[in-house]
Design a protein around this ligand. Structure first.
Ligand code: ADE
Length: 229
């Protein structure tokens, strides 16, 4: 999968993409991540990408032309036959879910356009295939949401997770919270590992885990039970 990130702050991504599973996916060429500096597409000599809002008010608004030119440039450097989505992280978008991560993982290319300041000039939203929010709070820009979405999508791609990290046992994988896990020691601070997990009876263990997932979901996130996909 090809990931393009249009941003004023590409350095923000180095830590998250330079470690662990995402780093390995890039090394294995399952993922290619390219950054496009939005400021390179400013057209005045001072490289302004933002301006004050018409109608007055605090803050600055990202000008439409640099964003448009940056997206066009990314598209010109992309395979025209790729299936793709252009995503604007936006607190007013559809709230990101595991189901959305799974559907985005079916694309060949994702292009993220990360805003900052008070947002984009409204005329640029026509470029977006998706506005995605990562939750009902306002962040300072779209970079953290883009990292969150890339992380969740990347781990759904074939061969990104090792067998020891299977997505099949994730919380939300089947619309439920994950079951509790235990490892050695068998007793810790007087608390013991449930007997069934030591039984070697795989059918019983599977049944216990399913019950635990359902019970946990019922008590902690009953809202999920209405929306199982
Ligand atoms: N930009 C600012 N806040 C955001 C949020 N919660 N989700 C996505 N993009 C954002």
């Amino acid at each position: 999968m090809l990931i393009d990130i249009i941003t004023l702050f590409p350095e923000m991504f180095a830590g998250v993409f330079g470690e662990s599973i995402i780093k390995r996916a890039v090394e294995k060429k399952i993922l290619e991540i390219r950054f496009t500096q939005l400021r390179d597409f400013a057209f005045d000599k001072h490289k302004h990408v933002d301006d004050s809002p018409f109608g007055g008010g605090a803050g600055m608004v990202l000008k439409p032309e640099p964003v448009y030119r940056a997206v066009r440039d990314v598209l010109n450097r992309s395979d025209e036959n790729f299936s793709r989505k252009i995503i604007f992280p936006d607190p007013g978008g559809e709230v990101f879910t595991q189901a959305k991560a799974k559907s985005l993982a079916a694309q060949e290319q994702l292009i993220f356009v990360c805003g900052h300041y008070e947002g984009f000039d409204a005329r640029i939203y026509d470029l977006a295939d998706e506005l995605i929010s990562i939750g009902d709070y306002v962040l300072t820009g779209g970079e953290l949401p883009a990292m969150v979405i890339v992380d969740a999508v990347a781990r759904m791609l074939p061969n990104v997770l090792g067998s020891a990290e299977s997505a099949a046992t994730d919380s939300f994988f089947d619309g439920l919270l994950g079951f509790p896990q235990y490892t050695r020691p068998r007793e810790f601070e007087g608390k013991i590992v449930p007997e069934v997990l030591l039984s070697g009876n795989h059918a019983e263990i599977k049944k216990w885990r399913e019950e635990q997932s359902l019970n946990l979901t019922r008590t902690r996130r009953p809202d999920l039970l209405g929306v199982r996909s």
